[in-house]
Design a protein around this ligand. Structure first.
Ligand code: ADP
Length: 257
């Protein structure tokens, strides 16, 4: 029953996604066809070039859209492994500092005591990088970016889409422009972006949402206009043993990886 419902929801999302893409693609084709048709009917060479240029632009947009789609659907070889949250984030510090520029001050806070997560390192790194770049964009290149790792036991219904249990929480907070409730509502939709064409693909957060969902976790967003944004990834705690009942107190064992 539950599985069936989920399948129906998935098909629904897929239907919306493909419907939206077909619509965009059709619009781009209309630009191409319109430009070609007008070029055919022109008298002067200048007019013809103008119409051909617009046809080329439409075709380029269509090509960019399919490229993004291919990236979105590519099945990469995944190699999930045990990841220590602090190391995952620390390992990205240099890359983040370089990518975000001098205006963004990056702070890392680690509150974990040894809980680990299980996932593909590259995918996790991409997710963090995506969140950091979103944060930079929202701060217009100036502000504070804080990456926190923590451990949290969540009760039933504490997370909208994930079960009760132990989670490693990885959050990325910025001091940027924040989001309106209308934007928050739509951020996980594929291709939803408020950025100018060429800057945003609208795929970052939807990919992260998909990834974290596959890992059995959840994503939450706290944001308000002018108040900055915190995106939190709740990733199920990894236990080497078969998933038994959660331990009663947070372990204090040093991480041994
Ligand atoms: P993209 O960054 O390509 O637009 P995303 O899916 O990553 O695609 O983000 C979708 C939209 O969510 C962005 O265009 C922006 O409006 C909003 N957003 C994402 N992260 C933040 C943030 N840290 N602060 C403010 N708005 C954000």
């Amino acid at each position: 029953q539950e599985a069936k419902l989920r399948q129906v929801q998935k098909m629904d999302a897929l239907g919306q996604l493909t419907g939206g893409i077909a619509h965009d693609f059709n619009n781009m084709l209309a630009v191409v066809l319109g430009g070609l048709e007008l070029a055919r009917r022109t008298e002067t060479r200048d007019d013809m070039m103008r119409h051909l240029d617009s046809a080329t632009e439409g075709a380029q947009r269509a090509a960019a859209l399919t490229r993004r789609l291919l990236m979105f659907s590519r099945e990469e070889a995944l190699a999930p492994e045990t990841l220590v949250p602090r190391r995952l984030v620390e390992g990205m510090r240099d890359l983040l500092d370089r990518t975000l520029g001098d205006g963004v001050k990056v702070t890392v806070e680690d509150w974990t005591t040894g809980w680990t997560l299980f996932g593909d390192r590259t995918q996790m790194e991409n997710a963090i990088l995506n969140l950091a770049v979103n944060a930079r964009d929202a701060m217009d290149g100036r502000g504070k970016l804080t990456i926190r790792t923590a451990e949290m036991r969540m009760g039933p219904h504490a997370l909208p889409r994930a079960e009760a249990g132990d989670y490693v929480v990885l959050s990325v907070a910025d001091t940027g422009e924040g989001m309106t409730p209308e934007v928050i509502e739509r951020v996980f939709e594929p291709f939803f972006t408020t950025k100018p064409a060429g800057k945003g693909t609208g795929l970052g957060l939807s990919q992260i949402f998909g990834l974290v969902g596959q890992m059995g976790g959840d994503v939450t967003i706290q944001s308000a206009p002018g108040k900055g944004t915190t995106v939190s990834l709740y990733l199920p705690r990894h236990t080497d043993a078969a998933p038994a009942k959660p331990v009663e107190s947070p372990p204090t064992a040093p991480d041994t990886q």
